[in-house]
Design a protein around this ligand. Structure first.
Ligand code: NI
Length: 138
C-alpha cells in the first residue's frame, strides 16, 4: 500500500462510540473512510477561505408568479454567465420552481453570486453548497 500512512489517534471512548454510531447510520463500512471524508470536507472548506477556484451548487426555490421574479433571476444568471456551468429548472407544482445552478470560479465570486440570487425578494429558500473542482484532493 504505497503512499498509505497508518496513524493512531487517541480519544475518549464515548466520543469514538458516538462517531461510530454516526458512521454506521450514514452507511460507512469502515471508520477510515469516514475519517478521510471528514478530512476532505475540512480541506475543501479551507480552500474556500484561501480564495482558489471552486465549484458551488446554488439551489433556489421561488414562486414563478411573483411579479418579475423569473426575469430578475434569469438576468442575474446572464450577468454572471461566465461562471454558470449548468442550470436545472424543476416545476415543483403550479406555483413553485426549483432551480439548481452549478457555478465555477473564484470562491469569493461564487459567494457573491449566491448571495445576490438568494437575497432576491421572492426567493423562498436558497442555499449554496460549496464544493471543489476535485483537483489536488486525493
Ligand atoms: Ni417552474
Amino acid at each position: 500500500m504505497k503512499g498509505i500512512v497508518r496513524f493512531g489517534v487517541s480519544m475518549d471512548q464515548a466520543l469514538l462510540s458516538a462517531f461510530d454510531k454516526v458512521l454506521s447510520k450514514k452507511g460507512y463500512k469502515n471508520r477510515s473512510e469516514g475519517i478521510r471524508d471528514l478530512i476532505r470536507d475540512k480541506l475543501v472548506e479551507e480552500r474556500w477561505e484561501e480564495e482558489r477556484e471552486a465549484v458551488g451548487v446554488i439551489t433556489l426555490v421561488y414562486d414563478h408568479e411573483v411579479r418579475a421574479l423569473p426575469e430578475i433571476l434569469t438576468d442575474l444568471q446572464h450577468r454572471f454567465h461566465t461562471a454558470m456551468v449548468s442550470t436545472l429548472h424543476v416545476h415543483l407544482d403550479e406555483h413553485n420552481c426549483l432551480e439548481v445552478l452549478v457555478v465555477r470560479g473564484m470562491a469569493r465570486k461564487i459567494r457573491r453570486i449566491a448571495d445576490r440570487l438568494i437575497s432576491t425578494k421572492g426567493v423562498k429558500h436558497g442555499k449554496l453548497t460549496m464544493t471543489t473542482t476535485g483537483r489536488g484532493l486525493s
